[in-house]
Design a protein around this ligand. Sequence first.
Ligand code: SF4
Length: 395
Amino acid sequence: MATYSHSKISAFEQCPYKYKLHYIDKEKPEIPETIELFMGKRVHETLEKLYTDKKFKKLVSKATLLKFYNDIWEKEYSDDILVVKEELTAENYRKMGKKFIEDYYDNYKPFDQLTILGIETEDRMTLSDGSQWHVRIDKFACDDKGNYYVMDYKTNAGMKDQDEADEDRQLAMYSIWVKDKFKDVKSVKLVWHMLAFNKEVVSERTDEQLEKLQEDVISVIKKIEYAKEFPTNVTKLCDYCGFKNKCPSFKHQLELEIKAEESVKKFKEDDGLKLVDEFSEVKNKLKEFEDKQDALKADLIEFARQKGVNVVYGSNQKASIKEFDKLVFPENEEDYHKLIELLKSRGHWEECSMICYPRIQGKAVRKEFHPDIMEKLRLEKDKRISLSRRRDGEE
Ligand code: SF4
């Protein structure tokens, strides 16, 4: 049975194509490490050291801990780490991480409020469908009353609120692991240490909530395992995706960016660019012509009315204006349904109703018909093109 994790199934939920590249094709994302990620790792490592030493009854001093932090920062830092915010430098982030550690140290010293059961704990648990779930807990602890604590260090710049904690899937799944593993459990507290604010956000789940959570997780796992297609899902999160250069939704854009950097001529001569420009021009013209056709039709009808004629002559063609009875359905929903019922009861329904192609197509694609109906239907691949505006800043 495959092993899943919160980040693995989140990748599928965010974009099936990204999931495929990462977890099936085992492609490596091409994304430089950001300074936020770098700082977060160093802070985690520093707090790991604090508790590892504590396990051996050694209380590391704040100065030693900060020196450890600075040393690993120096050792690991490289110039290709990405600092996105122009107004900030790597040094700002180093200081920020240092402050997180200082505040944490002052707040929790001498670090014996709870019994630490594990730091960076890793394990697997078996879900009710047999799938494996990866467990990784920053800090795992308990007290002597049977309360267990699953704790996560967050270096986010924004404070997370109670609602977010109560809806979080990652730590909640670990509750199931704790309840399975430790028989004396009275409660499992899920704690986010919001280091930038020196605050904790604590959440807890009932057994019913955990049962529902596990069902939801298993239903995503089923979707993953039955998936035959892995379409792209373009959202704002694509800006942070390390697979953009391999993504069919962005590959051409990246090629254009390279051409634009080389020369405007190369950019403008790109075949794809020319095709899309021409296609959109034709679409716009068609729309203009349709509008013009409607306006001309209205003018012709008016002309014929004023002249008292029903045929208007052009150089090569003539336009005949004929009046006819146009059916108007009841606008009121109740009357509309009454009409449908009457058509049915008077035996006209079969001859007057039409098959709704989009509805049948939707149900067939979602395989919602009985297999004997599905047998008579055939799905084949087709393509459609939709035009949309490029966002500002896209080359
Ligand atoms: S860039 Fe967006 S659409 Fe493409 S793989 Fe990444 S997340 Fe999916």
